[in-house]
Structures are given as C-alpha cells and as structure tokens.
Design a protein around this ligand. Structure first.
Ligand code: ADP
Length: 805
C-alpha cells in the first residue's frame, strides 16, 4: 500500500497487515504494533496468529474468503487493555486481497481502534442496566408502599389542593363504606367534617419550599360521614404531598377511627366514677366514725389509735382524689369553671384550713396582702384552691422550723400583653424555710409520680402526684408553675393564672357566694399581714334559732346515718331518718321539714329522682306548706355529679366524707335563709290584720307620686296592674327553674326587673336583678330564696291593695 494511504488510515486509527495463505505476514502498517497482543512483536514473515491470537481457529473462514466463498469476516470489540484509565479495544476485519492477476492467495487484515465506541457502548449499557435496576427497585418500593397503604389500619385519603379526592386506601373504603369509584373526584368535605377548615392554612404556605411530609394539622378530633349516613368520631392528620411526577400537589389525610377509644374513655370515666363512689363511701365511714370517736372519752392510747385511723383515712382519701384528678386531667375531661369569686376569701379560706397543721409544727403561716389585689376575679375557685392547698401543704410538710409566707401580685394586661379573654395575670408565691430541693431533682419535680428521694418519701409520705396536678391545673388556668430553691434553706414555689378581674363597682352586685366560699369567721380580717389561728374559725356558735330546724336525713347506709346523726347532734341539731326517697316523700306529707340532707344513690327512689318529685309537688302538698331545702350528700367526687345534683333541683351540695365544719357552715347558711323566709311569712300574717296606714311597703313612694302626679287612684291602679302582670310571671319562673330553663327564667325576671324599677318597687327590683344574674350564670342555687322574696313583695302589695279598697 502506498505510504499516503497508510498515513491516512493511521490518522483514522486504522492499521492493516497482509498475510499469505499460510498466515505469514507479508506487509504491515507502522502503527500495527500498538494493536498487537504482544506489543512491538509484530514482524514480517511471522505467523499472524502469534500476535493476534484471536485469529486462531479461524482457518476455515480464511479459506472460505480466499476461495471467494465469503467476502469478509469481522471480529469486533476485542479488548487489548483492561486499564480503566486508558482502555483499548480493537475491531478486526479480514478481507480478500485480490492481486492484479486475480489470484486469491492473500488476505488483508484491517485492525481498527474501537475504544471510543466500546466505552460509549459500555457506558450506555451500564446506564441501561442501572435504569433497569432503578425501575425494578421503584416498582418494588411502589409495591411495598402500596402494600403498606393497603394494609394500613388507618384510613388514607389523598386529595388535590382544592380538596378533590384522588386516592384512598382499603381502610378508608371500609371506614367510609364507599368504594374508590364512588369517592374519586368528590370533595373531601363530603366525608370529613371540618376538613375544609384545615387545609386553608395552605394559603400561607409556599408549597414549593415545604417538605414532602410536613404536617399541617395533627390529630384533629372531628367526625366522618359514612355512605350509610353514620357519623363516626375520628382524629385526622393532614400533610402536604408534592411529587415531581405529573407535578402533583395535594394533601394526604390519615384518619383514625376513634369509636373504640371514645368508648374506652367513657368506660374509664364510668369506672372512675364507680371507684370514686365505691371507695370513697367506706373511707368516708372510716373517717367519719374516727372523727366522732375522737370526741368520746378515750384513754391516751386509744386517742392515739383513733388519730392514726383518722389521719390515715384522710391520707387515703387524698391519694384517691389525686388519682381521680390526675386521670381526669390526663383524659382531657377536666372542665374549668368560669365564675366570679372573691380572691382574698379563697386565699384566707385555704390558710385557715391549713393553719392548724402549721401551728402544730410551730410554723408561722402568713399572708402578705397587697392593696392592688383585685376583689373579684373570674375563674375556677375550686381548682385555684386546690393548687394553693397543695403547695402550702407541701411547704408545711417539708419545713421543720421557721415560716411559710404566701403572697400574690397582679400583672395588668398592659404589662404582659395577654389575650383579651383573660386579660390579667395573677402570680402567687409560697415561700418556705424548709429542706429545699436538690438541683438535680428539679427537672423531674413537676412530673407525675416523682419524689425527690425515697428516704424523703418514707419520712413524709405522698404519691408524687401533687405537683404534676398543680402544673396541669396551672396550665389549664392559662398560667405556669416554677420553683426557686436552695438546699437546707427553703423553697419558693411560684405559679400564675390568667384571669379577668371584675371592676370594683360591679363586683358586689354580680357575685353570689355560697356559704362554703366565705366561712363567716374569715370575712372580716382585712389587715395587711395576717397570722392565722384556726380555732377561731371553728368556735363560731350557730344562732340558737338554727337548732329549731326540722331536718330529714335521707340515707340508706346505716354507717353513714350514724355518722351524720352524731355530727348533727354534736352541732346541736337533731334529725329524723328516711331510708330512701320513697320514705322521705311519705314523711314530707306528714311532718313540716325545713331541710333534707339527701344521699344520691339509694334503693327504691334515689336522691335525684326524689328531689325532682319534690319540685313537681305544689307547695300545699308539704306538711310545712313550703318546699324544703334539699342538700345533696354524695361520695361522687366528679364535677358532673355536682352539676347533676343542682340540675335535679337540689339547693346545695356536700361532698362525702362530710366534714363537720362544712356541715355546720351549710346548715347555718340555709338555716338563716329558712328562718328569714319564715319571718317574712309571719310578718305577712301580721300585716293582714293591720290597717292601711301602718303597712310599710317596699315602695319608693316619692317616685310613684311623681309618676302619678299625686293621683292616688292612679297609683292603686298601677300597683294592681303590676301585681296582675307579675303573678303569672312568677308561675312561669317556677316552671322555668324546675325545667332548668335559664333562658326563660332570664326573660321573665328581666320583665319583672324592668316594671318594678319603673313604678319604684325598689327592693323588688334588686331581688329581680339578683335572680337575673343567677339566670345568666345558669345557677340554680339561691333562686328559690329570691322567688320567695318576690312572692312576699307581691303578697304585701296585694294586702295593701285590699286594705286600700
Ligand atoms: P407528694 O404528694 O409526694 O408530696 P408532690 O408532687 O406534691 O408529691 O411533691 C413531689 C416531691 O417534691 C415531694 O415528695 C418532695 O420531695 C418535693 N417537694 C415538694 N414541695 C417541696 C417543698 N416545699 N420543699 C421541699 N421539697 C418539696
């Protein structure tokens, strides 16, 4: 071959050699050595199969080409170098080298550099392999995810951004009773209540920057609607889904059927209520009996035994109450009251309660009052008192010498920027000079069942639940709790609550307090710094008239009967006994009872039904001519039990075990109410026999004269119309109270309030105003008393009108 062609071929990476029919190399290009198996060993006259061993065994093919039976033969992609940094692949093509005389005794072998193609091919091949593998993995993981989604116990729905259902799993089909075809394309709101409310949040979220699983809402409790029209309680979580494929953006909803959990919660609540009753009743008997035994003649040793029974009983009761409270808060069933109450009284009351224990240990218990303290705030007095009792009891428990100081400050809304609903923050602090708390224990302090160490537990007792409950209560009341402490020097527990303060002017008018909330003896102290001596609290003698109260104790449990009778006796009262509601009703027809102490759970007719029956009776059916006051005595500690008693028409509530002091205060309060009502009735009788001139009517005569321009006839006419208008309203009011229809009560009382103010029946106006407030607060207690007052006013005006004729 001429050198021009040889060079040209070399530039294209092509070399050649020519061999004869015996495979001997006759001619070769210069660069061929580079492609040979043995580098630089290619020589003229050499057998080509030595340096290109891949030609070995191709002798028949060579022959066929030489004979013209075959045009050519190719070997492609022969690897010469495995080095990945500089690989070398060649293609070999064998063709006939026809001579000028057309003889066929030579072959041309063209060797071409195929590296570039081969590398490209290989990488393509590898890419294809990888893609295949990826596809297989993707398929497997899709199958895996599909399997998970299908076998998921929770229902799953995927929607578009506009809430159109795109996909659902098997659990969703079972829960909602729809198949996929029926729901795909439907709005999510068709099956999930309030679903639309939540994804609206998305307006504020830039989806392109959000994570794939980015929960918008978690565990929202709502309901779902099934195809058959059932409403099922569910909790759902929802998050944004964003995929590159099809550029899909939407929401995924995971729904959990809450039916069983709700049923379990209900069962738990019922169980707690049952435990509360079943356990508290015998404990109440033990404490009650031990309490009575303490007042009998005992040897020093016996006294000691009884005291142990008494204190152990109380500790047991506290533990049970703690457990009940804790599980109630945990299950989210604790509802807080939102009622106005006197803050100072709440603190005083707590301190009076704990003063004896402090005094026994020789500790000074003080309250640093502040003039800034609001008189009345709106909140839950019982829960606030509970936190205070817990912290002050702890302070007393863990202090051997020194003092416990309670103080309160208020931070105005403007200082702390609270929400408008609960604008102010009240901060309480309880400072002791006790054992303090080691630093390393502080972290666990407010966690349930945590006590500082076991030797302290053994020495002081307790469940380790107190502070956990306090923390939860404070948080429920919109505040927080924390402690500052120094070992062996003392601790200060702080807690805050958010509460709205009732302005001074309106405070008095709108707040109705029960006797339990303001024990008589603590209404008075208003000194800056108060040291408490509890004996004063218990030594207030009831008025002698109260002993004349006719009391009916309705209680089936013999032990409880015994305890209550003994307590009543020691307070100077006596009582008859009815063993159940039926017996009580029979006795009420015959004996003029003023007051009934009513157990709730009794055979034959329970306390609630009996009370409802009492409300249905006309006043004339009672031997006394008027409905007696009913006070519940029950071992059920739940708030709803208390509400059930009040709803049934009971006037007041005593929780078992009934503490003597509470019983005394309750009887004193209701005794006074009954006494006043009786007194008014007696006055009425006296009035009816006196002449017109001596009748003192609760009327602002000046206003009436002004109104009538001193026309006496017109005044009498006005009063007559007033009486006629009020009488049916009073009947309607009684029905409204019996039905707990506070709206109706408020409407009727509002009318009375307006017309009595108009014609100047001022005292009646005030009574109506109080009644209206009770109606607004949905408070039944105290209503009867006010109705009696209103009735009395009307009767007196009627008497006056008769005498004036
Ligand atoms: P307990 O019912 O056991 O008293 P608490 O939750 O009320 O449970 O208190 C938990 C632990 O915190 C107590 O056992 C005690 O070790 C520690 N503690 C609480 N209050 C005080 C305090 N004022 N001084 C020192 N230690 C305290």
């Amino acid at each position: 071959m001429n050198s021009f062609f040889t060079n040209l071929l070399a530039v294209c990476g092509i070399e050649y050699l020519i061999i004869d029919e015996n495979f001997k190399i006759l001619e070769m290009s210069l660069g061929l050595n580079h492609f040979a198996d043995i580098l630089n060993e290619v020589k003229l006259g050499q057998d080509v199969r030595i340096v290109f061993p891949e030609l070995e065994g191709l002798e028949d093919i060579f022959d066929a080409i030489l004979q013209g039976e075959q045009d050519n033969f190719e070997l492609k992609g022969i690897m010469r170098s495995q080095d990945t940094a500089s690989p070398l692949y060649i293609d070999i093509r064998i063709t006939n080298n026809l001579q000028e005389d057309h003889s066929r005794n030579r072959l041309t072998i063209v060797v071409e550099d195929a590296t570039e193609r081969m590398v490209l091919e290989q990488s393509l091949f590898q890419g294809a392999n990888e893609a295949n593998l990826l596809l297989r993995n993707l398929k497997a993981s899709k199958q895996y995810i599909d399997q998970i989604v299908t076998s998921m116990a929770d229902a799953l729905l995927v929607t578009t951004l506009s809430g159109e259902i795109k996909k659902m799993n098997y659990a969703a089909q079972i829960l909602l009773q729809y198949n996929e075809i029926e729901l795909i394309g439907q709005p999510i709101a068709k099956v999930i209540g309030e679903a639309n409310k939540y994804p609206l949040i998305i307006d504020d979220i830039d989806i392109s920057h959000s994570q794939d699983i980015n929960f918008l809402v978690k565990e929202v409790e709502t309901v779902c609607y099934t195809k058959s029209g059932k409403t099922i309680p569910i909790a759902f979580s929802s998050s944004i889904v964003k995929t590159e494929i099809e550029h899909f953006q939407g929401y995924v909803y995971i729904l959990r059927d809450m039916t069983e959990r709700k049923q379990a919660e209900l069962a738990k609540q019922e169980f707690l209520a049952m435990i509360s009753h079943e356990v508290r009743t015998p404990i109440a008997s033990v404490i009650g009996m031990a309490g009575l035994l303490q007042y009998t003649e005992l040897t020093a040793e016996q006294q000691d035994f009884v005291e142990t029974i008494y204190t152990s009983g109380n500790s047991l009761l506290k533990i049970i109450n703690d457990f009940l409270d804790f599980s109630k808060i945990q299950s989210g069933n604790l509802e807080l009251e939102e009622e106005p109450f006197a803050l100072r009284n709440c603190i005083h009351e707590t301190l009076y309660l704990l003063a004896p224990t402090a005094r026994e240990k020789g500790l000074k218990l003080t309250f640093l009052d502040s003039p800034q303290l609001p008189t009345t705030i709106v909140g839950d007095i019982t829960r606030l008192r509970q936190v205070l009792i817990n912290l002050i009891s702890n302070a007393i428990k863990f202090t051997e010498t020194g003092s416990i100081e309670v103080s309160v400050i208020i931070r105005k809304n403007s200082d702390i920027n609270h929400s408008a609903a609960n604008p102010d923050e009240i901060q309480f602090s309880i400072k002791d000079t006790g054992i303090g708390i080691p630093r390393d224990r502080l972290e666990r302090l407010f966690k349930a069942f945590s006590q500082v160490n076991s030797s302290i537990t053994r020495q002081y007792g307790g469940t380790g639940l107190g502070l956990a409950i306090c923390k939860q209560l404070c948080e429920l009341m919109g505040g927080r709790i924390w402690v500052e402490t120094e070992l062996n020097a003392g601790s200060t527990f702080y807690f805050t609550i958010a509460a709205s303060v009732i302005p001074e002017e309106s405070a008095g008018a709108s707040v109705v307090f029960s006797q339990q909330e303001i024990p008589k003896a603590i209404e008075s102290p208003k000194v800056e710094q108060l040291a408490f001596r509890s004996q004063e609290l218990l030594s207030v003698p009831p008025s002698p008239d109260l002993y004349k109260l006719r009391i009916l104790l309705t209680e089936d449990n013999l032990v409880n009967q015994k305890i209550a009778l003994k307590q009543l006796k020691s307070l100077g009262y006596s009582a008859d006994i009815a063993n159940n509601g039926k017996e009580a009703l029979q006795l009420l027809e015959k004996i003029p009872y003023d007051l009934i102490l009513m157990d709730c759970q009794m055979p034959m007719l329970d306390g609630l039904e009996t009370t409802k029956q009492i409300h249905r009776w006309p006043e004339s059916s009672f031997a006394s001519g008027r409905r007696p006051v009913v006070i519940a005595m029950t071992a059920n500690a739940m708030k709803q039990d208390k509400q059930m008693c009040l709803d049934a028409g009971m006037d007041d509530y005593l929780s078992k075990p009934v503490m003597k002091e509470n019983l005394a205060a309750t009887l004193e309060y209701w005794g006074n109410v009954i006494f006043k009502a009786k007194e008014t009735a007696t006055t009425e009788q006296t009035v009816s026999t006196t002449d017109v001139g001596s009748v003192e009517l609760p009327i602002d005569w000046e206003r009436l004269h002004q109104l009538s321009e001193n026309n006496l006839e017109f005044e009498l006419e006005l009063l007559q119309i007033f009486v006629e208008d009020i009488q049916p309203r009073l009947e309607a009011i009684k029905i409204a109270i019996a039905d707990c229809n506070f709206d109706q009560l408020a409407i009727q009382v509002h009318q009375i309030k307006g017309s009595s103010a108009n014609i100047g029946v001022t005292t009646m106006h005030l009574a109506a105003e109080k009644l209206e407030q009770l109606a607004i607060n949905q408070e039944r207690r105290g209503t009867i008393n006010l109705i009696v007052e209103l009735e009395n006013f009307i009767k007196r005006i009627q008497e006056f009108l008769i005498m004036s004729k």
